[in-house]
Design a protein around this ligand. Structure first.
Ligand SMILES: Cc1ncc(COP(=O)(O)O)c(C=O)c1O
Length: 393
């Protein structure tokens, strides 16, 4: 059986050994220097001024939305567009925090929202923010989407949990919007076991994210920023300042263990993304070449494709069902990400009215006729041949 995920992190044996030593020699394992180091390095890797590390990609999504609400950049009751094919915890925080999620359909050719689909949605909905998912390392014309957002004063945030490392038009995905979120869960491009981050160039967003991450207090801010906020709120005694809560927050902190792993994994990030890209280029063309069976995904507009799974969209439900049978005990497969969010029970329960207006979508098609298998850096040539054979013979 070729598993979806082959290891907890890249170079697992080496990392585990180093981790044991690190834990034995550390006097502090709660958030500290290793996490700070990771934030600095990851920010540099992503070419962003700020990076705030949290305990998951889901927490990163929750944090950015809460931060935007705290700053008044969006308000309760505002409509927020999101990619109809995404992960549950991309949409759930929108609902939990009192925003109205508007599903936007994706293109079958790229699995992502295009400017065309976005414009179609804008005809019916006055959205204040677009929470765009860059699905499985791919994108559509995100540059045009950004242009529309700029023109219409719509805040663009990218959920880049699945596309770390992809470069489109010489820019890394995750750098098109005001901020972007990342997941470092096992199986993603870079694993810290559990983990996530928000990156941005905005100083005010960075400050707010630091407070949202930890209880709404100011302890993780620089001294200058602490002074400023304390002055504004008339907090002039150290006795109280450490226990003053300035705005709505959570505890989304990560630990030094995750920070330490992240720092080690970052050294290999280019190696991992290159291996995965090469794997993709070995497996996808012969599979997508079977155009009578599959709808090929377009990727030649992307400068560097970085993904952790290979999606296959079947021309019929029968073909998909046959494949599910064929893969049993041979290749671990699963639906495309979280599928069409509109078809999920939580969405039907809380957003029943949206569903009527979102029928016959490409997202539904992908939900019902798509699947993916893992694209691990540890895949062998023999395994890749076996995979291609399953889909092409
Ligand atoms: C698009 C997307 N957003 C958010 C998440 C959540 O990340 P995490 O599992 O780290 O909470 C995922 C998870 O895979 C995802 O695919």
């Amino acid at each position: 059986m070729i598993k979806l995920i082959k290891s907890t992190f890249y170079k697992e044996a080496e990392i585990k050994q180093k981790l044991c030593k690190f834990i034995l020699n550390s006097s502090k394992l709660s958030i500290g220097e290793e996490c700070k180091k990771f934030e600095k390095k990851f920010g540099k890797y992503q070419q962003r001024k700020h990076c705030v590390m949290v305990n998951s990609g889901s927490s990163a999504n929750l944090a950015i939305i809460q931060a935007l609400l705290n700053l008044g950049k969006i308000k309760i009751g505002d409509k927020v567009g999101f990619s109809a094919i995404t992960w549950s915890t991309n949409v759930m925080p929108l609902m939990q925090l009192g925003l109205i999620p508007i599903p936007i359909d994706i293109e079958l050719s790229t699995l992502n929202v295009s400017s065309k689909k976005f414009l179609e949605s804008l005809k019916n909905h006055n959205v204040k923010m677009l929470f765009l998912t860059n699905l499985l390392g791919f994108c559509d014309d995100i540059d045009n989407i950004k242009e529309i957002c700029d023109k219409e004063k719509i805040i663009l945030i990218e959920d880049n949990c699945e596309s770390l490392g992809t470069i489109y038009k010489e820019k890394k995905l995750g750098n098109y919007g005001l901020a972007s979120t990342f997941s470092f869960y096992v199986g993603h491009h870079l694993s810290t076991i559990e983990g996530g981050a928000v990156t941005t160039d905005s100083h005010s967003l960075d400050t707010m994210l630091q407070m949202v991450r930890a209880h709404g207090w100011d302890r993780n801010l620089t001294e200058r920023k602490q002074l400023k906020i304390r002055l504004r709120h008339n907090v002039n005694s150290t006795f109280y300042s450490r226990y003053t809560f300035y705005d709505l927050g959570y505890n989304l902190r990560t630990t030094e263990i995750n920070g330490f792993i992240g720092n080690l994994q970052l050294k290999y990030v280019d190696e991992v993304t290159s291996k995965r890209r090469n794997n993709f280029l070995r497996m996808a063309p012969p599979i997508y070449g079977k155009t009578d069976r599959y709808i090929p995904i377009k990727y030649n507009h992307i400068d560097f494709l970085s993904n952790f799974a290979v999606p296959v969209i079947c021309r019929s439900k029968e073909i998909r069902d046959q494949l599910v049978e064929k893969c049993k005990n041979k290749l671990e497969i699963r639906p495309i990400v979280g599928g069409d969010m509109v078809m999920q029970p939580f969405f039907k329960k809380h957003m029943p009215h949206t569903i009527d207006a979102f029928q016959n979508s490409n997202a539904k098609f992908v939900h019902e006729q798509g699947l993916y298998f893992g694209n691990n850096p540890e895949l062998t040539k023999k395994e890749m041949k076996q995979i291609v054979d399953i889909f092409t013979r």
